[in-house]
Design a protein around this ligand. Structure first.
Ligand code: SAM
Length: 180
């Protein structure tokens, strides 16, 4: 069970980045994303992707982050460029129930104290999307990326030249191929 906790989301400014945090979380095997600020539009966007592409990824917004971290029955990782290196920290993570915290702007100092692990994905500043993707991919040993996600209306078939999308509701599963 992996939950990503997104802190400091500003609905107007961070809509696109938080959407990408959620999509990366889903694609790389997290089960849920919790966002500290209420955002109905964000919820709708993510549920629509899950509806079309499948799986059981869930989103919750307006989550009180302090309470969420304190009451988590598992380990809590905070991704920050100031933390200990990923390669050193990864072998120490034992729990199968993991909360992964990522920030938007400055993360409150308290977060660094509340979590079990402050982990850096390199010590250069980059992005919460990149940090989360690398962390989840390393945590899962690269196994989640190419898995089949069940239950979606749309499935993409790898194609070296164009786009192959199978829509199970259109033409009863016939593949519609577009070359791009
Ligand atoms: N100065 C901010 C801070 O307090 O860490 C950086 C903000 S950065 C735009 C947004 C988020 O990206 C951070 O909160 C962190 O979760 C993630 N991030 C950026 N670079 C990172 C790195 N090198 N390692 C781990 N996480 C990183």
């Amino acid at each position: 069970m992996i939950v990503v906790l997104r802190l400091g989301h500003r609905p107007k400014r961070d809509q696109r980045v938080t959407t990408h945090v959620a999509l990366a979380a889903r694609a790389l095997g997290a089960d849920e994303i919790w966002v500290s600020e209420q955002d109905a539009k964000l919820e709708q966007t993510i549920r629509s992707v899950v509806g079309r592409f499948g799986g059981s990824f869930r989103i919750k917004t307006g989550v009180e982050w302090r309470k969420a971290i304190r009451s988590w029955k598992g380990e809590v990782v905070h991704l920050t460029m100031y933390g200990e290196s990923l390669s050193k920290a990864l072998p120490k993570i034992k729990s199968r129930k993991l909360m992964v915290v990522v920030g938007a702007e400055k993360v409150p100092r308290e977060v660094y104290e509340l979590v079990d692990w402050n982990i850096s994905i390199g010590n250069q500043p980059h992005s919460e999307v990149a940090a989360l993707a690398i962390f989840l991919d390393r945590l899962k040993g690269g196994k989640k990326l190419e898995r089949k996600v069940k239950g979606g209306r749309l499935a993409i078939v790898p194609n070296p030249r164009g786009k192959t999308v199978v829509d199970s509701e259109e033409g009863k599963g016939r593949a519609a191929t577009r070359k791009g």
